[in-house]
Write a protein that binds this ligand. Structure first.
Ligand SMILES: Nc1nc2c(c(=O)[nH]1)N[C@H]1C(S)=C(S)[C@@H](COP(=O)(O)OP(=O)(O)OC[C@H]3O[C@@H](n4cnc5c(=O)[nH]c(N)nc54)[C@H](O)[C@@H]3O)O[C@H]1N2
Ligand SMILES: Nc1nc2c(c(=O)[nH]1)N[C@H]1C(S)=C(S)[C@@H](COP(=O)(O)OP(=O)(O)OC[C@H]3O[C@@H](n4cnc5c(=O)[nH]c(N)nc54)[C@H](O)[C@@H]3O)O[C@H]1N2
Ligand code: SF4
Ligand SMILES: [Mo]
Length: 738
């Protein structure tokens, strides 16, 4: 290192593991990235993606100034010109069609940007539209709904206490590659190894023998979409063999009496054929779960993106409760985040719970869930004429043309809009349809705190990252852009005083939560502004906070700023009943909406297995649709391959390395075949987020090896009716050589 070199600390924004990185900087250039060995949470772990932070920052394709489309061509514009264009074109759409004429799509990287997370709600309130869509409905809404119904808030997801667990049952998740999801757990490999070294066991249920299965004790193939039957088989066994033990939770559950009868029809012997797992395995797993001192069941995206996603998500936590492992050390526990968690606010132990269906989408009448409509309904809301039609769209860090089922229909629909704005850092498959693109700062230019992922962390902690590099002149914060668009939507024009708006919005919030103390709190938070002021407020009023002086030594923004490698807040501790926010103050074991859905499950018990079904997968050197342009991650073997079992390859005439056609009715894609015994026969696995061969994008590296778009094949009309989540897994396809 030369004399000018400095070391900065930054939470990696590339996946939910949120590893702490140590970054050496020389003259405003990153010269080295490694794991921060002193980080209280990730202890030096990092994966190959972290190095991509430098490539992202330096990527010549990454947008640094706004773009405006003029006569079909994007031209660079100043921020003033870009906002002026929005002020010219957005208000007329609202004037003509009302608030619902504007739709929003919130994408995955939002959750890794404090600024976007904290200010999107401000933009949403200013717009007042019901047409709010996000990546959540192609991802985790089923889990949000099941835990909302059971525990009373949308994000009260129990996570395995892996460092003290002895038996871990994993379904539909591949944390060795994804590094965990709705479970922030850096270095899953190391923790899994330690679990087994102390005599514990890991069992993986997946239609593919995954990288996670490779580090587990046992793996079982499951027919895609059939997890509900497998879990019912285990739940049935717990009653049948008198293995149920509620322990301490017995005083805190409602609906228990309804379960035995509800599960009665699903003996392992009866569901075995449907899920393709032997009855003896289900019975043995029930005994192991019940018998283990400390155990947890964990399921992730494979269990959500299926037609019974909500019921499946519910059954996972029902098993945790029935075996006495919920809220116990070494079981599935509730994190207690230092800031922003709904389950730490308000009166402990009771709340309003969650409701769905307060309104419905216009075309398909899909119910609202958590204030959002299914992303799979967006295209029809744009391309179906009539009162209430969507005429303008604002995307925030989202690429639904690649990430949502039937992207080609969505792309055509986007062309019919009167106006579209993308807050995005690339000109890509979605933002190419925009009239104005507003690029946020690179993560290295942005301060950060994990608003969401601290709520799913296997150990409680608080960490803050200041900006590592200086910004270009005039580059606004993304929270400022969102406030600006909100002001324009409210008719305040392109030059509203953002500081005044920010003050007024916060003071409004404070009056509602703290009444007369609002003025004093505003004074205590000055001179902070924007996202950092909201963070200071949340930390100070949070469960470990200084309570504005009432708890001296408690957390503040300044306190976490003074600890570059973070502050450890200890392992998860039991939180029932305090964590609950249900109206009954109990864990609702049998929400009527879920029990009723078992009728749909029963009707599906005899569904025959299609000849071939498709599922997705994730890859270590990639993240959804947008990291294929980073040279350090894009190099190496081509990864967008269709994995098939050797028997299927033989039967269908497919050759390793050759191209295959995969079709679903009229829809058809071409993908490179990879023959692999890790696949379950009858199942093909293709990653999503590829298909970078569309015209009008600026992704030079990604375009060299575009890959096939799985979502061009999938049906936008297949949803879990309770949550509205897309069915992405287990869809029947035909496959043959090209
Ligand atoms: N078939 C199938 N489809 C899937 C899935 C699947 O398993 N199978 N998985 C689904 C899941 S879980 C998810 S989360 C979604 C993800 O889908 P999306 O939410 O669409 O997320 P990405 O594909 O990651 O695209 C992110 C966009 O954000 C932009 N971006 C990146 N960083 C920033 C930033 O700092 N600021 C701004 N303003 N923009 C930024 C990128 O350029 C890109 O346009 O895909 C879903 N789609
Ligand atoms: N490297 C990398 N990390 C990522 C991402 C990425 O793209 N790349 N994406 C991030 C995002 S947005 C998310 S949401 C998380 C997701 O995190 P995970 O849920 O761990 O995601 P996957 O690796 O896709 O694992 C899903 C598994 O479900 C299996 N599966 C498919 N269908 C079924 C089924 O019907 N039943 C069962 N039991 N299994 C099934 C698949 O074979 C796959 O192994 O990962 C995050 N982390
Ligand atoms: S595991 Fe995730 S958070 Fe950790 S370094 Fe890799 S991409 Fe970043
Ligand atoms: Mo996701």
């Amino acid at each position: 290192m030369t004399e000018q070199a400095t070391t900065a600390y930054r939470i990696c924004p590339f996946c939910e593991a949120c590893c702490g990185l140590e970054i050496d900087v020389e003259q405003q250039r990153v010269v080295r990235i490694r794991g921060d060995a002193r980080d209280v949470f990730s202890a030096g772990f990092l994966c190959p993606k972290a190095i991509g932070l430098k490539d992202l920052h330096d990527d010549p394709d990454r947008l640094r100034t706004p773009l405006i489309k003029r006569d079909g061509q994007f031209v660079e514009a100043s921020w003033d010109e870009a906002y002026a264009e929005i002020a010219r074109r957005l208000p007329p759409v609202i004037a003509a069609g009302g608030a619902n004429a504007v739709a929003t799509v919130l994408g995955n990287p939002t959750s890794h940007k404090m600024s976007l997370m904290l200010y999107f709600p401000r933009l949403a309130r200013a717009l007042g539209t019901r047409n709010m869509f996000s990546a959540s409905s192609v991802d985790q809404v089923p889990k949000m709904l099941s835990v909302g119904l059971m525990f009373g808030s949308w994000l009260s997801v129990p996570v395995p206490d892996i460092e003290r667990c002895d038996f871990l049952l994993i379904l539909g998740a591949n944390p060795m590659v994804s590094n965990g999801s709705l479970w922030t757990v850096p270095d899953f490999r190391g923790k899994a190894k330690a679990l087994r070294a102390r005599g514990g066991k890991i069992v993986v249920i997946d239609p593919r023998r995954t990288e996670t299965a490779d580090v587990a004790d046992t793996h079982h193939f499951i027919r895609p979409g059939a997890d509900v039957f497998f879990l019912l088989g285990i739940a049935h066994t717990l009653f049948d063999e008198q293995l149920v033990r509620l322990g301490r939770l017995a005083d805190h559950v409602a609906g228990f009496d309804q379960l035995e009868q509800a599960f009665a029809p699903y003996s392992p012997e009866r569901v075995a054929a449907r899920c393709a797992i032997p009855a003896s395995v289900m019975r043995e797993l029930a005994r192991s779960l019940a018998g283990a001192e400390r155990a947890a069941v964990y399921g992730r995206i494979g269990t959500c993106t299926q037609q019974f996603g909500t019921v499946t998500s519910w059954l996972i936590d029902v098993l945790n409760v029935l075996t006495g492992h919920l809220d116990e050390a070494g079981g599935a526990m509730f994190p207690k985040a230092a800031a922003f968690a709904a389950n730490t606010r308000g009166k402990p132990g009771v709340g309003r719970g969650v409701v769905t269906g307060r309104y419905a989408s216009r075309v398909s009448a899909a119910p609202e869930v958590g204030g959002e409509l299914p992303l799979t309904c967006l295209a029809e809301e744009i391309d179906t004429p009539g009162a209430g039609q969507v005429r303008a769209l604002i995307t925030v860090a989202a690429n639904p043309v690649l990430s949502a089922p039937n992207g080609p229909r969505l792309a055509r629909a986007l062309e019919q809009l009167d106006f579209m704005v993308s807050l995005d850092i690339y000109l890509n498959e979605t933002s190419r349809h925009a009239d104005v693109i507003l690029p946020g700062p690179s993560p290295l230019e942005d301060p950060h705190y994990d608003v969401s992922f601290t709520q799913f962390s296997h150990r409680n902690h608080a960490r803050y990252s200041p900006a590592v590099l200086a910004r270009a002149d005039g580059q606004p914060d993304e929270w400022q852009s969102m406030l600006r668009i909100g002001a324009i939507a409210k008719g305040l024009g392109a030059h509203a005083d953002l500081d005044a708006l920010d003050d007024a919005a916060l003071e409004d919030d404070l009056k509602r939560s703290a009444g007369d103390a609002a003025g004093q709190l505003m004074a205590a938070l000055a001179p902070l502004r924007g996202a950092e002021r909201m963070l200071d407020l949340a930390l100070r009023s949070g469960p470990y906070g200084d309570q504005f002086g009432r708890n001296p030594g408690g957390l503040t923004l300044a306190a976490i700023q003074a600890a570059p490698s973070g502050i450890d807040l200890g392992p998860m501790a039991p939180r029932i009943p305090e964590v609950l926010r249900t109206p009954s103050g109990k864990i609702e074991l049998a929400p009527p909406m879920l029990l009723d859905d078992l009728a749909r499950v029963a009707a599906d018990l005899a569904a025959p297995a299609p000849d071939m079904v498709i599922i997705g997968r994730r890859q270590l050197r990639s993240n959804n649709s947008w990291m294929h342009n980073l040279p350090v991650l894009a190099k190496g073997a081509f990864r967008c391959t269709a994995l098939v079992h050797p028997d299927d390859a033989l039967r269908l005439g497919l050759t390793d390395g050759a191209m295959a056609a995969i079709s679903n009715g009229e829809r058809r894609i071409e993908a490179q075949v990879e023959v692999s015994a890790e696949m379950m026969p009858g199942v093909v696995s293709l990653p999503h987020g590829w298909g970078h061969n569309l015209p009008g994008t600026r992704l030079h590296v990604a375009a060299e090896r575009p890959g096939a778009n799985l979502n061009a094949l999938l049906d936008e009309n297949l949803r879990d009716p309770l949550s509205g989540n897309a069915v992405l897994s287990g869809v029947a396809v035909e496959m043959g050589p090209l």
